[in-house]
Write a protein that binds this ligand. Structure first.
Ligand code: GDP
Length: 365
């Protein structure tokens, strides 16, 4: 469903399809519904929902993925019509993050985000009943005000909350280790550069070019989940660290922004940000905005100088490159693939690294 322009909706749908493929699905068909507001009962509206049912049956799909967030009742309403599983954008993104989390911390963060998403969506009539009972704590309700279904849900909720509290503690306990690592890098005066940018923009590829490291490069969204720290050198041989971060995506579920705040802190502590942009994407400015929205949420990140790296120059239209160059004065045109513009980028990085602290030598006679 969209109330916006057809092009914007198509870009968003194409991205959703790419996300679904990253999650391991095969995309069979797409349906676009234009209306002012989503239908409260079936999201698409009755007529369109039945049309979707036909399409689902014709192509043999087992899941419908919707390009926005669904209220629990809308999801059920649509499921009742189409007769297959209905998943919303947030659930899909959470699923991908779950598949790609590698570190213990990353895994804990994704699980926390998934539970946060699940908690308000547990179905049951307990919801309104407990409100009637004056919001008393679970287990202490008046007789007759609680059915067995509610008890079960309350129990599930309690278990989930307990698990969430445990995960939060675990994550908190892991944070100091990373902080110590960061601090030791700082006291050693190694400047740090963070690579940020929309998912699939070419961050990992660029990291490889700049460091000769062999990071997995994948034509899929979210190949990178946990921050990777690599050593790199300027042309003059000055050492700095390069941090690759989580892929940014439009409408990143707020549960995830929260969960990944600690990983994103790396960006907030960097001396310089390389903001990588896929210049061949149909809406590069939209991607910049999406990334900036996430960065604005990270303490200190908005004050850090950003070099906009216009990547995929080998694919981009010259007019687009010219437009982006004039829009973003501190930018450089590169292709991580054909390795053009890399020297210019390295020079620009060297120019914008903080000046090395003067060495103070005390000569003891
Ligand atoms: P990330 O998600 O930002 O880390 O992006 P990746 O580095 O994994 O790259 C995503 C896809 O874009 C991969 O298929 C890369 O091979 C491709 N890619 C990256 N840089 C370039 C480039 O300069 N030109 C072209 N044509 N493709 C690129």
């Amino acid at each position: 469903w969209t109330s916006g322009t057809a092009e914007a909706a198509e870009v968003s749908l194409r991205e959703l399809a790419a996300l679904a493929e990253t999650a391991g699905s095969q995309v069979l068909d797409a349906v676009l519904q234009r209306r002012q507001t989503p239908d409260p009962a079936t999201y698409l509206g009755k007529g369109k929902a039945h049309e979707l049912k036909e399409i689902v049956a014709a192509c043999g799909a087992d899941t419908v993925i919707v390009d926005s967030d669904l209220a629990p009742s809308q999801r059920r309403g649509l499921e009742d019509v189409v007769k297959v599983k209905v998943v919303d954008r947030t659930a899909l993104i959470l699923d991908i993050f779950a598949q790609h989390a590698k570190s213990r911390e990353g895994k804990a963060q994704v699980e926390l985000a998934q539970l946060e998403y699940l908690l308000p969506r547990l179905r049951g009539w307990g919801e309104s009943m407990s409100r009637q009972a004056g919001g008393r704590v679970a287990g202490g309700a008046g007789i007759g005000s609680r059915g067995p279904g509610e008890t079960k849900i309350e129990l599930d909720r309690r278990r989930i909350r307990m698990r969430m509290a445990k995960l939060r503690k675990e994550i908190e306990a892991m944070a100091p280790a990373r902080k110590t690592m960061r601090q030791s890098r700082r006291t050693n005066k190694v400047p740090s550069v963070a690579i940020a940018g929309y998912t699939n923009a070419g961050k990992s590829s660029l990291l490889n070019v700049l460091t000769d490291a062999d990071v997995m490069v994948q034509d899929a969204l979210f190949a990178t989940l946990d921050p990777t720290v690599r050593k790199a050198k300027t042309l003059e041989g000055r050492e700095y660290t390069l941090v690759d971060t989580v892929g940014f995506v439009r409408n990143l579920p707020h549960e995830l922004v929260e969960a990944f705040r600690s990983s994103l802190e790396e960006v907030g502590e960097a001396d310089l940000i390389l903001h990588v942009l896929d210049a061949a994407h149909p809406d590069p400015e939209g991607q910049v905005e999406a990334v900036k929205t996430v960065l604005a949420d990270i303490d200190g990140a908005s004050e850090i100088e950003q070099i906009i790296v216009l990547n995929k120059a080998d694919l981009a239209e010259p007019e687009t490159l010219a437009r982006l160059r004039s829009r973003y004065p501190l930018s450089v045109v590169v292709s991580a693939k054909s390795q053009t513009g890399i020297t210019e980028l390295k020079e620009m990085i060297a120019e914008h690294l903080p000046t090395p602290a003067k060495e103070v030598r005390v000569l003891v006679p």
